[in-house]
Design a protein around this ligand. Sequence first.
Ligand SMILES: [Ca+2]
Length: 471
Amino acid sequence: MKHNISRRSFLQKVAVGAAAASFPYQIGKAGASVSRPNIIFIMADDLGYGDIGCYGQKKFQTPNIDLIATEGIRFTQCYAGSTICAPSRSVLMTGQHTGHTRIRGNMCTVGGSIGYKGKQQVRRMYLTEEDQTVGNVLQKAGYKTCLIGKWHLGAYNPDAGPLDRGFDEFYGWLIRTGTTGGYYPPQRYRNRELYDVPGNENNAKSYYEPDKCTQEAIEFLKNNNNRRFFLYLAYNSPHSPLEVPDLGPYTDEDWPAHIKTYAAMVYRLDQNIRKVMQTLKELNIDEKTIVFFCSDNGPRSEPTQQLTEVADFFDSNGPLQGHKRDLYEGGIRVPMIVRWPGRVPAGKTSDFAWYFADFLSTAAELAGTETPKNIDGVSIVPVMLGKSEDLGDRFLYWEYFEKGFQQAVRWRNFKAIRLKQGEPLLLFDLSEDIGEQNNVAEKHPEVISQIEEYLKTARTESLNWPIKLES
Ligand SMILES: [Ca+2]
């Protein structure tokens, strides 16, 4: 009898095990109370694929970002939402790629809100109330949501700030308030309140923006360590202008000043990230917290000679072709590291291809909540947990307007780019040509026709970035 009972319980365990094995990664609602980690998404600005030690950088060090990779999973084929700031962030926040998301460029041609970039009058589009952000989704799932640093999705509209689009707290800067930008901003936002940053008045330089963000992040973690939270920590570093309080370990290098400055900026960012990671340990929330680290687009190599020299000297795009403002890999492929002790396998490298449009679904699954409808992404949780890489055969899509209407598609190991409307697609086989040097379109007509078919359905017309599609 005893034997039978234990046999039955053994069989039950097998059955449970088998059910778990068919959905090994499912966090779902049942597991919600034991799982549902805090989510920290750390994003650098214009940091290249080759700018991190564990992605091949040799001339300067990023030991703390590398440590996150040692303790987590490092993705070698993760892509940003766009090759420039605002649309990349719009994709990240809405789960829609640039063929659907609200903000498809830094400046729009029609509509939007009007303001000044320097002395130039420009139009910029902002997220509207119809746009469901990661903040909205996690807020509804009971998370405290906080943005620190760069929003870039509010344009000149005072009613489209982070607090209007799903964030409970905001510490940082907005495009519409010029005095809040730069590395030593004289003013800053604390939620809706604009205040003078002590020590930065009259061009004084006491508070370096990335240091300030770090301090605010630590403060937020300390105040919220007893509840679930989503912290979106969007540094503006190492975006130009090249500025840093000190040159750190690169002071005595025999390099030109701008080269030393860039190395010191990334080094300082790395040091700041160490402080954030240390705080998780001190607060004993390390294992309850999943941390993402990435960049919003490729490294910048324009418009100044200095920026070109920096990108060349450090080989900031690594083995990739192109930089920020290109749809070649160098413009959109970014470092992406994910760490969750005990859940995400430590020290793993994955070549699974995914992009910012997947973050909303991923965050929703982590939070045990529903993913909104009409989005382009899928949850990457099974891949991160090392359970499955079979998420279906899909196309990743980008469009970009600053050089005319350009499009790019990633499908399996292929990457297609259309540099000019009406021109044939270029095709690269990334499995043997990561630098996109050899156009293999003629060798693979069936791939081209598959991608052309997909492109007919890839996008919807934008009111703010209208194009005339040539038939
Ligand atoms: Ca950027």
